[in-house]
Design a protein. Sequence first.
Length: 407
Amino acid sequence: MLKIIYFIKSEKSNAKDECPIYAKISYQGKSITMSTGKYITKDRWQFTSNLRGSLKIQKEKVIKATLDALSMLFETKFNLLLKNNSIINLNDIKSDILGKKKVKVKTKIGVMEVFDLHNSDFERKVKYGERSPASLQKYRRAKDLVKLFLREKYKIDNIQVENITGAFIYNLESFLKYESTFKGKIGIQNNSVVKYFKSFQTVGNFGLKLDLISNNPFSKYEGKLKIKDAVYLTQDELNKIEAKSFDVERLEKVKDIFLFSCYTGYAPIDAEHLTAANLIKNNSGDLWIIADRIKTGIRANVPVLPVVNRIIDKYSHLQEGLIPKISNQKMNAYLKEIADFCGIHKNLTWYVARHTFATTITLGNGIKIENVSAMMGHSNIKQTQHYAKVLDSSVIDDMNKLKTKYK
């Protein structure tokens, strides 16, 4: 049985009195050691029971995640050799991991194993706050869909990655679009199918990174997203909601949460995690919300507008976060009631607030698209350009200039 333990070499401590962390890998009476590239003080190593105890310092959490990932990588390569009846040499695996030597293994790993390994690694990232639980759920659902397809179409539970052909990819897309069932609904819309295939491709790339597979079969997929105009509120519609007072507490609360997102652009999962610790005053005395987006890890800094300030003051000391917590499902259900009361004939959802911030609140008021992109936490400006295209504000401005000229 493979055994991996971690230890420090206190005699090799650096100028900061930090000791290098090493791994000792043992199998059938033989063992090797390898450096992890991570350092920690002797006191902290002992205090945290060799990082096995409860960790509260972010740096130590990152070190622990790195050690866990190294263990998983070593065990994966070891198990693959074992499965293929190959000669197991611990030093060869070490060299492979360090990039000094490739262990030649005939790849016969199943696609379900690649999904399991990816999802286990992703689950660890969620545990350490690096990725969101919602993203993990997406990958679990992606795995379930491939598993269902294999059972329904091929009457098998797994398939070797090297046996996945272009025909397999075509049949999988067709199955998802027209035959798969979920909660009584048959078929999945094109954009959702494309997003699932992006998840499949990510899992395949994970297998490539670990040298588990020699090619990513899901890269053959060429489906495209069908761009739909984002639903957002005009300033008049937003004013109607702001002016409306509700005697029912739940509706008044949902109205405030919705307006908070309209004037900050934070997605639901980000908005509900904001606390007073995210409020920062700059040198000019202006209040800002400083936070990393949970989905991407990108920092999104947003100024606190007067409407937002009033909402924060209203709910301060009533809960841990800046705004009350509510489930997406309840939020969207109550927003439909609010839309009816305010005479707004749009499908009002929590995400409409984020779209409203991008269009009506920022781009519509002349904020530069680069700044909007930064406040939205977008990974590239192309995501923000979609909102600019929907609004067509630059076209309107140019046409107004043209009208003035011809007058």
